[in-house]
Design a protein around this ligand. Structure first.
Ligand code: FAD
Length: 469
């Protein structure tokens, strides 16, 4: 407690980074009060709208978040965006300046709401090309993509560009038996579309080789185990000769690929492959503007068995028939409206808020590149702090380091944001017109949660999202 009043913190975003930072600060600073602003009407970020519906165990972290939110010192401010998200957003909007005025500290934990583009011809013009972010958001019931309606009926071959775990999630949704998926909390609209899907052959394509691939063992094993789904052998020339001598994680991964490559692919079943050393150069469509083929340049690796191998184009082209393609090459964060006025330094190239690695946000008025200056009371955590990679566990570690920096600064009497009024949400409400929009509270969220679960139970599943149709 400083100046006889509690520490007041605003968190922007209710994903793992926001909740774990709140948890850490509330356990380290006596009587800390936290208001969490979330643009969507519902909490949990990518835990709800990213993590695959058939991985319910990954969502167990929500229990911890529920515990944080049950504190009388915590307030959820849902359906409320920080910075203007544009005309299509129908929730409340809080200017950033209102937060810095009314709180001691503001923590940006708003994740990565865009995706990276390939930048090749046809990508933005043709029908049938989706980003993994759209597709994943759609099957998880993210309101923004409720009307995506991906067309999986025009042909039987799909291409996924990228070989990370998100690419494998997308492949699993395309290949898994719909009756298995039906029991998860995937939306009914997605089930209907997947039931009509004609996709039988999925290519998961990467620029590099198996030794450099980003997917991990659990996800690749899950795909290998799908019933009535075949795996096409990997190119053995790319596999290291002495797999047994590799470090454990890589060795297990290579073992799975070698073992999987021995099974026969039944021509009647669905099947998938990992197509290595291919870099997309163009999407080609038919006369109606629908995707029909994806063109790739073959690449070559400076050392196929080195995990850090360099990759270069060979000039040789091949193409794969594909009536649907998914771009799964990563998410990207963007600066919030108001960053420039607040003097917040954002790196557009890498898509992160510049910070000291512990979450203290740098001012864009650094005297020189060598001596960046942290802004008083402004912090960041999660994907927007370190880039859009890493699982919930690494996001938690990262959020804890931000929480520790905040507690250290507060306890050591460092300078904080605002002018010391610390009015929190009450002060913010004076700055915005709440008669024209609805703030969703944690109680409101509980009602939504119960209604979703009831809807789900009626059709034999965990939940059915309310905004999904
Ligand atoms: P997010 O989870 O994205 O949360 C950010 C929140 O901020 C969102 O709720 C967003 O609506 C909100 N927001 C955005 N802008 C504003 C604004 N202007 N005002 C207010 N609020 C705003 N990890 C695992 O451990 N296991 C998995 O199986 C797994 N699967 C994944 C599958 C996919 C498809 C993806 C994309 C990720 C997956 N991850 C998984 C990774 C995990 O989801 C991330 O590590 C984690 O969610 C990042 O947390 P975050 O809080 O930084 O961002």
């Amino acid at each position: 407690i400083r100046n006889d009043r509690p520490f007041r913190m605003a968190v922007v975003g209710s994903g793992p980074a926001g909740f774990y930072t709140a948890y850490r600060v509330m356990s380290k600073i006596d009587r800390a009060k936290v208001d969490m602003y979330e643009a969507l009407p519902v909490p949990f970020g990518l835990v709800r709208f990213g993590v695959a519906p058939d991985h319910p165990e990954v969502k167990n972290c929500q229990d911890k978040f529920e515990e944080v939110a049950s504190s009388p010192d915590f307030t959820f401010v849902g359906n409320t965006s920080v910075g203007d998200l544009g005309a299509q957003f129908d929730g409340c909007t809080v200017p950033l300046a209102s937060l810095t005025k009314n709180y001691d500290a503001v923590v940006f934990a708003y994740g990565a709401a865009r995706d990276k583009k390939l930048g090749v011809p046809g990508e933005s013009q043709l029908n049938g090309i989706y980003s993994a972010r759209e597709f994943v958001g759609w099957y998880n019931g993210l309101p923004e993509f409720a009307n995506l309606a991906p067309d999986l009926t025009r042909g039987d071959e799909a291409v996924i560009v990228g070989q990370g775990n998100v690419a494998l999630d997308v492949a699993r949704m395309l290949l898994e038996n719909v009756d298995v998926l039906r029991k998860s909390d995937i939306t009914e609209a997605a089930i209907e579309t997947l039931l009509k899907s004609r996709i039988k052959r999925v290519h998961i394509v990467g620029r590099r080789g198996p030794m450099q691939a980003a997917f991990t063992i659990k996800e690749i094993r899950e795909l290998m185990k799908l019933q009535h789904v075949g795996f096409h052998p990997v190119d053995m020339a790319l596999m290291p000769p002495e797999i047994s001598k590799l470090p454990r994680a890589r060795r297990r991964l290579m073992d799975i690929l070698v073992k999987g490559s021995t099974a026969k692919v039944d021509s009647a079943s669905k099947s998938w492959s990992l197509d290595f050393c291919l870099s997309p150069t163009e999407f080609i469509g038919d006369a109606k503007g629908n995707l029909s083929r994806t063109v790739f340049e073959k690449t070559s690796l400076s050392d196929p068995f080195d995990t850090a191998s360099r990759v270069s184009g060979t000039g040789e082209k091949i193409d794969l028939a594909s009536t649907v393609a998914f771009r799964s090459i990563g998410y990207k964060s963007v600066a919030l409206p108001g960053f420039a006025e607040a003097g917040i330094s954002f790196d557009d190239r890498t898509g992160v808020i510049r910070n000291d690695g512990l979450g203290r946000v740098f001012s864009d008025k650094a005297h020189s590149e060598d001596t960046p200056v942290p802004l008083a009371g402004v912090y960041c955590a999660g994907w927007v702090k370190r880039g859009p990679t890493g699982v919930i566990a690494s996001t938690m570690e990262d959020a804890f380091s931000t929480g520790d920096a905040i507690a250290t600064d507060w306890i050591s009497n460092a300078k904080f944001a605002g002018d010391g009024d610390g009015l929190g949400l009450e002060g913010v409400k004076e700055d915005i017109d709440t008669s024209r929009c609805n703030i969703i509270s944690w109680n409101d969220w509980h009602k939504i949660d119960e209604a979703e679960k009831a809807r789900g139970q009626a059709i034999g599943k965990e939940r059915e999202s309310l905004r999904a149709q």
